[in-house]
Ligand binder design. Structure first.
Ligand code: IPE
Ligand code: IPE
Ligand code: MG
Ligand code: MG
Length: 344
């Protein structure tokens, strides 16, 4: 099977598991679940059910199932974990859009701009709990309770890293002295932790030994770093009609994405850029000025080179393990390659 065939085979099962987990338990609270279902791409702005879901790329659950299969496990047993990982990802996006003041995600208005902050925050909280409940379904699929508990342990450590990373991301908005090392610690938390946990949990459920699980974790982490570096580039130079997210928002909210961290330390443009960032809040008119300075510092080229390094590291981690199913390992490799030059 190739990547497209794996998606065709397993995406409907992941979606079905998530829909089951996200079903409203009673009419009285139905609205809370409708907000969640809107965010998942299953309902439109009037909360009418949508035929074709307009959700995300579903990379994390696929990493989980592929790693499970590669170590010789049955991906079917890992579906609750795959669903839980994707739900946790979606919880993080729901809260991230509030934290980042973003009004567009996946080509649609963000949930908080439609339903208001209180309901969007609460829907996110529900999703956090429901993602955990998905993991409670593992023993029902034949996963040993001790393995399910260990998977939940990795999952919860990841939740801590992710939210610590989100804290760092926000705390950097008001700083001008963020170092490249601090930047990497931040994205290690906010993005790489979940992409590392996804194949690690899949491998664990598939019966892998700790050393093998560790290799899949390193693979996912490096892939996650590359993924965020690409997101930083897309967040500034991407095409909004492809990313589905507003291009100027990272600049307007003074995010210390790597291009900005790099240019702030540049000996030619750093001084001018710092003066701009020390001044009053940016408006849309300031964006081209900031972009010109980033271009002058060759910040995009630097960020893309670091992304290429991380992708190479991910590829290396993958070849350190001898998989039980080489065909599934090849699909993991294909997934990695598909992220090179991604545009959304
Ligand atoms: C967006 O992740 C958040 C980041 C970690 C950069 P994705 O790009 O995987 O989001 P979706 O789920 O495909 O929309
Ligand atoms: C990515 O955050 C990580 C999480 C959402 C936890 P970003 O703020 O960098 O990602 P986008 O660009 O909004 O998707
Ligand atoms: Mg964001
Ligand atoms: Mg963010």
């Amino acid at each position: 099977m190739n990547l497209a065939e794996m998606f065709a085979e397993y995406l409907p099962r992941i979606e079905a598991e998530m829909r089951d987990v996200l079903a409203a338990p009673s009419q009285a609270v139905a609205r809370n679940y409708e907000v969640i279902q809107y965010h998942m791409g299953w309902r439109d702005e009037e909360l009418r059910p949508l035929g074709a879901a307009s959700g995300g790329k579903r990379i994390r659950p696929m990493l989980c199932l592929l790693a499970c299969a590669a170590v010789g496990g049955d991906p079917e047993t890992a579906i609750p974990a795959a669903a839980g990982l994707e739900l946790l990802h979606n919880f993080s996006l729901l809260h991230d859009d509030i934290e980042d003041n973003s009004d567009t995600r996946r080509h649609r208005p963000t949930a908080w701009t439609i339903f208001g902050l209180p309901l969007a925050l609460n829907a996110g909280d529900s999703m956090f709990g429901l993602a955990h409940l998905a993991f409670q379904r593992l023993p029902g699929r034949g996963v040993a309770p001790a393995t399910a508990l260990a998977a939940l342990g990795i999952f919860d450590e990841m939740c801590r890293s992710l939210t610590d990373g989100q804290y760092l991301d926000m705390s950097f908005e008001t700083r001008l002295d963020v170092t490249v090392d601090e930047y990497f610690a931040m994205i290690d938390g906010k993005t790489a932790a979940l992409l590392a946990a996804s194949p690690a949990i899949g491998a664990l459920i598939g019966g892998a030994m700790p050393q093998v699980t560790g290799a899949y974790r390193r693979f996912g982490r490096a892939l996650g770093l590359a993924f965020q570096l690409q997101d930083d580039v897309l967040g500034i130079w991407g095409d909004e009609s492809e990313t589905g997210k507003s291009a100027a928002s990272d600049i307007l909210t003074r995010k210390k994405s790597l291009p900005v961290v790099y240019a702030l330390a540049d000996e030619w443009v750093g001084g001018e850029l710092r003066r701009l960032y020390e001044g009053p809040a940016f408006t849309a008119e300031d964006v081209p000025t900031v972009l010109a300075l980033l271009d002058k510092a060759r910040a995009r080229e630097y960020t893309e080179a670091r992304a290429a390094d991380a992708l190479a590291e991910a590829r290396h981690a993958l070849v350190t393990v001898t998989p039980a199913r080489a065909d599934m390992q090849d699909v993991l490799s294909e997934l990695l390659s598909s992220l090179i030059n991604r545009r959304s």
